[in-house]
Design a protein around this ligand. Structure first.
Ligand code: F6R
Length: 610
């Protein structure tokens, strides 16, 4: 993980780097650091903890200049201490490096360097890089960085400065994203385009094994050890919505993003619902009608919350499109060897478009000859660019580490895709018309679901002290139970488990006692009676029950201790509406426990390491 931003030009570099780091903090917030370079040498400030700690270090001991590199860390090798914070420098202080990725053979390289008398000053894998660059230095920074990248194994996005070449920054990429920013006052290198929003106008995406060089006057890209490459430039304003990162009056990004869901769903559907043909339409799938009809199996792959969206997608595709679906964690799929046939497509689901495991699973599927599609939120991200076709969520930037609006938008896009595939097969015009009309009503239903917030606050008061919570649902709502449990775990640090409600009696019911509440997803639908029975089983064992239920459901109220009402919607859309109270519950409990809602401990928004 980690985020890097570097700038060289005619502007004061410190405000640019600090603003860029704030925009990259979603990639990790264990420590932060900056190095500037000028004729006098390299000057470093680093602090463990948030960027605010680095800012106050800079208040105490200011840095100035026009050329610098910086980093915000998510610790992989070595604890989150100042000694392990980037930038890392070589022994002589001639080279400084910031790195996103993992150097897998660092122990072996470190041993070799130590045998040669080099003294390491951190526990990181990264520190081998400045020592290697110093070793390979023969007057050309691009050449030295290139040589160093040839001996390391693993993944990297790098930015490097040298006291021998003040004003020049060299970047290199393998497996971790890197972009060049081109602006009127200088050039930059960053982990993503969003970090460049305050000073660049155009961006260039680096490909794996490419090395770049920037200075105040220009930029160039070459493929490791070879000739210069011509790269396409992209207009930054079309990629990044600068305003999205603001709180807009909300106390936290997560709450803002929960409340943005009606609008996000409207945006996901905009221009994609086709009343004339009673279907959904997509511009970028790049599947011709023959390929579309030929699809016999879909492998959905993702991590975390996006994986849960995929699980809902499995129900949707089987119900509406009658296509068999497998959903697999990307971290597992990338090392599996599933039998391939020509009519299987792989669908990667990802908010950030940069999750390392999802990207690797997509690449592996491509290599095996599958057509690959992606559902992505981040425009221009690695996965969006590498998939054969795809659909953007258009949910706007998601800043809160706990994913909310991306989840419901992903499910909405999966629902539209299921209709699209279904209409090429067995769904009739009238069925298509009904489904499209139901989708159109969805943003209003989600708006109405948000009215449960006051009830959720009261429920949160009653349960914020507990140590364990169970989340239970069936069918379409089983993945939502998993998602509710994940939300609570990640932002309140309460242990929570999601289960199919009927599976409880095969083991987990042993956990139930007076101190362990169960959150039941029990709106009216086909399995309502079955879920009610499961709820009775918990009550019989004195387990407190919080029910997410249809409005004024007296039957539920008789059994449950607390009821949170959600509007009635058709069953296939219940996952989207039922997710709302679970997001709010996790949020309110997190607040009551004094946790950092938007930046929970040990996590980062974008997981760019394996
Ligand atoms: C949880 C959460 C994570 C992400 C996961 C995948 O709230 O946000 O579980 O869903 O890291 O990230 P993306 O969707 O960016 O691939």
């Amino acid at each position: 993980m980690c985020g890097i931003i570097a700038f060289t030009g005619s502007l004061d570099v410190i405000p640019i780097l600090l603003e860029g780091l704030r925009r990259l903090e979603y990639r990790g917030y264990d420590s932060a650091g900056i190095a500037t370079v000028d004729e006098a040498g390299i000057h470093v400030r680093r602090r463990s903890g948030r960027i605010a700690a680095l800012t106050s270090a800079l208040d105490d001991e200011p840095l100035a200049g026009n050329c610098g590199i910086s980093h915000t860390r998510w610790a992989t090798h070595g604890p989150a201490t100042e000694r392990n914070a980037h930038p890392h420098v070589d022994e002589a202080g001639d080279f400084a490096v910031v790195h996103n990725g993992v150097i897998e053979n660092y122990l072996q390289l470190r041993q070799q360097l130590e045998d040669d008398g080099i003294i390491f000053r951190s526990d990181t894998d990264t520190e081998v890089l400045p020592h290697l660059i110093a070793r390979f230095w023969s007057g050309d920074l691009v050449a030295a960085v290139t040589r160093a990248t040839e001996v390391v194994r693993g993944t990297y996005g790098l930015a490097v400065v040298s006291r021998h070449a003040p004003g020049t920054i060299v970047g290199a990429r393998l497996g971790s994203p890197l972009v060049i920013g081109i602006g009127p006052h200088g050039h930059s290198i960053a982990s993503d385009a969003g970090a460049l929003a305050n000073h660049a106008e155009k961006v260039v995406y680096l490909a794996d094994r490419q090395v770049c060089r920037i200075d105040a006057n220009g930029w160039s890209v070459s493929t490791r050890g070879a000739a210069a490459v011509d790269c396409a430039t992209h207009d930054l304003r079309q990629l990044v919505d600068v305003g999205d990162a603001d709180l807009g009056g909300f106390p936290h990004h997560m709450l803002k993003e929960i409340y943005e869901q009606p609008e996000a769903l409207t945006n996901a559907m905009r221009g994609r619902l086709d009343d004339a043909d009673a279907t959904a339409r997509f511009g970028g799938l790049n599947l011709d009608p023959r390929q579309l009809r030929g699809v016999e199996r879909i492998i959905m792959t993702a991590c975390g919350t996006s994986y849960h969206a995929g699980l809902v997608g499995e129900y949707l595709f089987e119900e509406l499109a009658r296509i068999p679906v497998e959903v697999e964690y990307a971290s597992e799929l990338r090392y599996r060897n599933p039998p391939v046939d020509r009519n299987t497509i792989t669908l990667a689901i990802t908010q950030s478009g940069e999750t390392a495991d999802t990207l690797a699973a997509l690449r592996e599927s491509k290599r095996m000859g599958h057509t690959t599609l992606a559902i992505c939120n981040a425009v221009g991200s690695s996965i969006a660019r590498e998939a054969d076709g795809g659909v953007y969520l258009h949910a706007g930037t998601e800043v809160g580490v706990a994913s909310t609006k991306a989840f419901t938008s992903q499910v909405c896009v999966l629902a539209m895709l299921a209709i699209y595939f279904g209409r090429t097969r067995h769904l009739s015009v009238s069925q298509g018309e009904r489904l499209i009309a139901e989708l159109r009503a969805l943003p209003d239903a989600v708006h109405a679901a948000l009215r449960c917030h006051e009830v959720v606050k009261q429920v949160a008061q009653r349960y914020s002290h507990v140590r364990n919570v169970l989340y239970l649902g069936r069918q379409f709502l089983y993945p939502v139970a998993l998602e509710g449990a994940l939300k609570l775990k990640e932002i309140s640090y309460i242990h929570a488990e999601g289960y199919p409600a009927a599976e409880m009696k095969h083991g987990p019911i042993a956990l139930v006692d007076e101190e362990t509440p169960s959150v039941f997803l029990v709106p009216r639908g086909q399995v309502f009676d079955k879920v009610m029975s499961n709820m009775q089983e918990i009550k019989a064992r004195r387990g407190p029950v919080i029910a997410i239920a249809s409005p004024d459901d007296r039957e539920v109220a008789k059994v449950a201790d607390d009821v949170i009402p959600i509007p009635d919607v058709p069953e296939w859309l219940q996952p989207i509406v039922a997710a709302i109270p679970l997001q709010l519950l996790a949020y309110e409990i997190s607040l009551l426990r004094g946790c950092d809602v938007d930046k929970p401990r040990n996590l980062a928004k974008s997981v760019t390491v394996e």
